[in-house]
Design a protein around this ligand. Sequence first.
Ligand code: SF4
Length: 464
Amino acid sequence: MLSPPSPGSPGPPRRVFIESFGCQMNDYDVARMREVLRRSGYEDTQEPEEADLIIINTCSIREKAEHKAISAAGRFKALKERRPELLLAVGGCVAQQEGEALLRRIPFVDLVFGPDQIARLPQHVGLLSGQRQVPARLRLRVARTEVIDVEDYEFLDADPRPGDVRVTALVTIQKGCDNECAYCIVPTTRGREVSRPPEQVLAEVERFVAAGAREVTLIGQNVNAYHGIGTPDGDDFAELLRRVDAVPGLLRLRFTTSHPQFFTRKVAAAFAELPRLCPWLHLPVQSGSSRVLQRMRRNYTREQYLEQIAWVRQACPDISLSTDIIVGYPGETERDFQDTLSLLSEIRYDFIYSFAYSPRPGTPAQHLPDDVPPAEKSRRLQAVQALQKEITSERLGRMVGRTEPVLIEGMARMGNGQLCGRTGGNHMVNIDPAGHTDPRALIGQLVPVTITAARTHTLAGTLS
Ligand code: SF4
């Protein structure tokens, strides 16, 4: 039996390079991977060539993300051939789904691990790095995809360090999902829903604020289903929002992703009542046709969804809305598709994420006939995107001339000394510092910005 080096054992620091694909949940998981590995003697590197361990964190929600992750592994093959002692690991939802099969599919990968195994990552890596002297063909290769039982699941606490923390932070409030949307692989890859105890959520928000974060986004697959408190009316998520909103030093609060089936009037009212809750709601509708929604097993109708949007707009008339749209779902007729277009026209989202349906292995919808031809899916997707482009332009255009509070997140990537930040409605703004002598000093501050122009997806502004 090979014994792993003890965590934190002295010796030259080892380096880890992580490439991640997919959703915010994956971003959160990567942050936890970095922390558990840091505690066992690994430093981060941005250069795969100097890494002792490379991790590819995969996403299986969209076919494209899955292909990208698999081809990323191929890019590291030559490196692995040159340096056989390099460890190559694949984590995330594709790893969870495929397990041992992924080891066979990518024969130069050493470790495959699922999201529930992040806390044990140092042990898995320690076991494999203990066999550097073993000839490559005799080396152990491991798949660890056990899902931890709901009762035993423990959330990994984030360990934010001052100077290391961005202005905005993600804080997880749940893992997994108990829904059964027919197209979705999450219930299989992430397991049953577990709500994180509220005291852990609050302590983590406080730690992030103490380390320099000014905005927190509460994340989960279906945050409205949060049930960690046991409030008399059962609306634990509304209560959690109220508690987090009161954390001293926090400037802004957001949450994602919501599910319409669980979205309550109380959460809608929170947009009027909670001072730090930003006027932005991402409420994935997926389709404007109640018939398609039923086939997707979404458990709400177009009419119910529209009613929820009315609650939210009543509480916060200028709220910025966003959604997810799938076109070409099995059985989607032209009429169903027109219902989606008319929903977009009626609601007028600020932005959307739109996709053409592709069957995901392991989902109930995989067994439905994928009967919308690829060319038709593509036409529908283009029509959705063209319509939304006009609506986004109108929605961004309404901001021009206004002075908005913007949380400055950093220097714009290609901005000639410009700053970048977000409005409460989650619109990215590139900001002319207007002669400010030390623009960097504004990072982390909420400042008034006059919006001067609307671009395709972003705004331009100047410090007021
Ligand atoms: S709510 Fe539906 S789409 Fe969202 S993670 Fe759960 S099963 Fe997937």
